[in-house]
Every structure is written in structure tokens, then in C-alpha cells.
Design a protein around this ligand. Structure first.
Ligand code: GLC
Length: 502
């Protein structure tokens, strides 16, 4: 049977506001993405996922959509989008777009009508709020002029839609058709475990993301994905959907990717695992045992970049581990999601001035929570300040870049074999040639304490989490290394791909 393209794909997440600015307003845009498609093709990814570029007041960087069928003027036009899709396909890159079904913008015509008292049943209005809290801190309810309250699990500018209203279903099917007809290859479903809330909206003291919560992961939501799957299957070209599902177990995750539901779901357990062989092994085992179409992800626009997560004491440690984790991830069965800038080894920017920050998590918590701006700092393409090639000319980018970004720029790394960029390019090339098509089964090899080694067909991957250098497993060839070996030994924080002895 033909293997669908998404099953082993490497997908590159583009946070559009921070990737490349062609228009010169300091904010990334679709034309900027289009200009850099050759870079992405050369990097060796199979697809791009574009974060929301729809009309939006930007209360949550575009995850507050006011018109699902148009491009926000700050990102360009529908013609720019069409040109981007055509060029991406010309480069052999698929395009996945973001769909935000849990909530709309408070500027959406439906919500404006609701405020006038028309069609309130498209949202969750009540006379009295329950005790739910917003994920972005503060209460999850805001009162309107006539005394009623509406539910918003995120910012007040993001009112939750009422999925028990059939009109909401019809509207989203139509939105999906709109983008499918424009040629997109797939969708990333925002807050896919949201949408439905328990009948009666009961109070709760536990709002953690987990199965059997009154707030998240209600069983009714699966019917939505069945509806969407039928639509996707009706289109030619293997269109797909990947869910942003935060939950507490691989078994629950697997419910979203049943054969008649979503094709994939992000595996956040992998991204949440600390740098430890037991943690990595457990996630791999749990995932492969439960999820038929596994995915792997280390960073995205909502979390601290993995280079920083894996070690801040000395920046070299974090970067070495980040590169080792990449090799591990790319050797696993399934598909991998990369986040823009990780191929440059970008760290989280932790010292952004408060005045520059825009994330509602930071603003609503009054700075108590650091927020997510630190992983959204614009990409350094060149050495030159003020924007390192992100914007044309002397334009300042919407978030300031630290001076260290000059050394991490594409211009600086290109052609330097030791650079993280050239390492990513090599790893993706070797994966495409030799790893992508390997069998889906994985076998653990016996390894020294603090080391994980597994094989997939002729490939062995070994990762050293310990603090001492160890012997490499027996092998014929060294295919890839995440960092220099030490006298033939595998140093701490390093991974290798080996061809097994035949
Ligand atoms: C998702 C997005 C995040 C956004 C939230 C609300 O988690 O990835 O950036 O803030 O949904 O839409």
C-alpha cells in the first residue's frame, strides 16, 4: 500500500509574524515566507505549517480570528497566499494551515452580533459564571453590558464557540472547504481537545489538560473530527489534519487519531520530557504502544525553546543536547515537527523588556508568568543589525533580537560544517535517503547506564545522557553524529546514527 506523505514527513512550523518581513513593517508576512521557500527546500523539510494569518485584531498573535476566509492586511492578501502555495508546491513542499475552532475573535461578526443580542447561542453566554479560570490567567468569564457573561478559556478577546450549535459545525466545514479549494494539503487544529465543554458547565477545581475533565477532551469532540475526516477524504491528494491535543496519556492521545478521525496529533509528552534516558524511553515506548501514526516535536511557538530547556548552566550543554535530541527524534518511526529557528540553535530569549512583550499570558498575569514571546523573537537571516535581515532596511522588528543573534544568523552558519544549520541539513538529507523508509518497529539494545540505543532495520541510534564518554555500539559505518566524538567514544550529550554490522 502507498505510504501517505504525512506519515514520515518532516514539517517545519512557521510562526508567520516572526519568520520574515517582506513589507517592511517589522512584522513577518506571507511574502516573506514565499521569499524564503528555497531556504526551506534546501533545509530538506517536506511541509510547512503556517500559524494563523487570518484577519485578526492580534490579541493573541492571530489565534483570535475575526475572518477565517481572509488574510490579515499585516500578513498580505489572498493573492499572496495563493502565490505562496503555488511556489511551495513548485519546491515540493506541502502547506498546512492553522484552524482555530475553539473560539473566535471578539471582533468576529458573530460575536459582534451576539453583543447586540443576536445569535448568542453560537457562544457560551450565561447569567452566572462558573468557577473556571482562563488558561491565560484570571477568570474565564467576562460580563457584557446587559449583565450576562460569556466564556473564554483563553483571553477575553477569544470567546469560546458553542459546538452544540449545528451552525458552528456547518461554518467550520465551509471554512475547511474554502482552504482545501485553495490547495492546502492539511490543517493544524488549534486546541483540538477543546471545543466541547461538559453539559451544565459544572464547577471544577482541576483544569489540567486531561481526559475526563469538564473543560477539555469531551467525548463529543470526536464526532467533529469524524465529520472533518469525511470531508478531507473526499478531496484528492491525501489532505491531512494534525491536532494540537494536550492530554495526560498516550492512550487518550490515540483516541484523536483513530482511523476515521485526525491523521496525526502532536506528541507533547516528547516535548515535556526532561533530559533523561528513562523519560525519553518511556515516551517512546508509550507512544509506539498506543499511537499508530506517531509524531515527535521538541519546540513550538508556545513553549521554551528546547536548547534552553535542556540546560541553561552553560549554553554549550543545552545546544549539544538539543542536537542529540534532534537525531533521536529523526530516527524514530513517524513524522517530526520542527519549529523555525531550532535549525539555527536559537535559545529562548529570556530578557525581553516588559514594554516590548505582546503575549497575553505575560500581559494578563501582569508579568507573573514569563509568557511566550521569548520563543517568538524574529529569525536572524543575516549578521546586520537592526533586524538581522528579518525586515528590509533599517526597520526594527516587532520584538527586539539579542546581539547574540548575529552569530546565530543563517548568513553566519551557512557553509560552516560545524554549525547547527549545516548539521540539520545533513541530518534531514540522511533521514530522507536512509531513515524515512525504515520499518516502523524499534528494538532497544542493551546499553551502559545513562545511554539509550535502539535499532530500526539496519540503523542504530545511540544517545548518551550520562556525564562520561561511552563506547559506541558495534557498527559498520558512522552515518551521523550530533557533535564531535572523543577518541572514538560517544561524549555526554551526544547522539549518533550508525549502520549496523550486517
Ligand atoms: C494554542 C496556540 C496558542 C494559542 C492558544 C489559543 O495553544 O498554539 O498559541 O494562544 O491555542 O488559541
Amino acid at each position: 500500500m502507498e505510504v501517505p506523505w504525512w506519515r514520515d514527513a518532516v514539517v517545519y512550523e512557521i510562526y508567520v509574524r516572526s519568520f520574515a518581513d517582506a513589507s517592511g513593517d517589522g512584522v513577518g508576512d506571507l511574502a516573506g515566507v514565499r521569499e524564503h521557500l528555497p531556504y526551506l527546500a534546501r533545509l530538506g523539510v517536506d511541509a510547512v505549517w503556517l500559524t494563523p494569518f487570518y484577519r485578526s485584531p492580534m490579541a493573541d498573535g492571530g489565534y483570535d480570528v475575526a475572518d477565517h476566509r481572509d488574510v490579515d492586511p499585516s500578513f498580505g492578501t489572498l493573492a499572496d497566499f495563493d502565490a505562496l502555495v503555488a511556489d511551495a508546491h513548485g519546491h515540493g513542499l506541502r502547506v498546512i494551515v492553522d484552524i482555530v475552532p475553539n473560539h473566535s475573535s471578539s471582533e468576529h461578526p458573530w460575536f459582534r452580533a451576539a453583543l447586540r443580542g443576536e445569535g448568542r447561542d453560537r457562544y457560551l453566554f450565561r447569567d452566572r459564571p462558573n468557577n473556571w479560570r482562563s488558561t491565560f490567567s484570571g477568570p474565564a468569564w467576562t460580563q457584557v453590558a446587559d449583565g450576562q457573561y460569556y466564556l473564554h478559556l483563553f483571553a477575553p478577546e477569544q470567546p469560546d464557540l458553542n459546538w452544540r450549535n449545528p451552525e458552528v459545525h456547518a461554518e467550520f466545514l465551509d471554512i475547511l472547504r474554502f482552504w482545501l479549494d485553495r490547495g492546502v494539503d492539511g490543517f493544524r487544529i488549534d486546541v483540538a481537545m477543546g471545543l466541547y465543554k461538559a453539559e451544565g458547565l459544572p464547577d471544577t477545581t482541576d483544569q489540567a489538560f486531561k481526559a475526563a475533565s469538564p473543560v477539555w477532551g469531551r467525548p463529543e469532540v470526536h464526532e467533529v473530527y469524524r465529520e472533518w475526516r469525511r470531508l478531507l477524504d473526499g478531496y484528492p491528494g491525501r489532505r491531512m489534519a494534525v491536532g494540537e491535543v494536550w492530554t495526560d496519556s498516550a492512550e487518550d492521545l490515540a483516541r484523536y487519531v483513530r482511523p476515521d478521525e485526525l491523521h496525526q496529533s502532536f506528541n507533547f509528552a516528547w516535548l515535556q520530557a526532561p533530559w533523561s534516558p528513562t523519560a525519553f524511553k518511556k515516551v517512546i515506548d508509550d507512544t509506539l504502544a498506543s499511537v499508530p501514526s506517531p509524531t515527535w516535536v521538541l519546540s513550538n511557538h508556545d513553549v521554551v525553546r528546547h536548547r534552553t530547556r535542556y540546560g541553561t548552566a552553560d549554553p554549550g550543554t543545552g545546544l549539544a543536547r538539543a542536537r542529540a535530541a534532534l537525531l533521536t527524534m529523526l530516527a524514530l518511526p513517524g513524522s517530526a515537527y520542527l519549529y523555525q529557528g531550532e535549525e539555527l540553535g536559537l535559545p529562548e530569549v529570556t530578557d525581553l523588556p516588559a514594554a516590548a512583550r505582546q503575549d497575553p499570558v505575560f500581559l494578563r498575569s501582569k508579568g507573573r508568568l514569563p509568557g511566550r514571546d521569548g520563543c517568538r523573537v524574529p529569525i536572524p537571516w543575516t549578521v546586520e543589525p537592526p533586524s538581522h535581515g528579518f525586515s528590509p532596511g533599517a526597520v526594527e522588528p516587532w520584538l527586539p533580537q539579542p546581539a547574540s543573534f548575529a552569530e546565530l544568523s543563517v548568513e553566519k552558519q551557512e557553509g560552516d560544517d560545524d554549525s547547527t544549520l549545516e548539521f540539520y541539513r545533513r541530518a534531514l538529507r540522511v533521514r530522507r535517503d536512509q531513515v524515512g523508509s525504515l520499518p516502523y518497529t524499534l528494538e532497544w539494545l542493551e546499553s551502559p547506564e545513562g545511554v539509550l540505543s535502539f535499532t530500526r532495520g539496519p540503523l542504530t541510534c545511540a544517545i548518551n545522557y550520562s556525564t562520561r564518554a561511552v563506547r559506541l555500539p558495534r557498527h559498520e559505518d558512522l552515518l551521523m553524529q550530533s557533535g564531535p566524538l572523543r577518541r572514538g567514544l560517544l561524549p555526554p550529550g551526544t547522539a549518533v546514527w550508525l549502520r549496523r554490522l550486517s
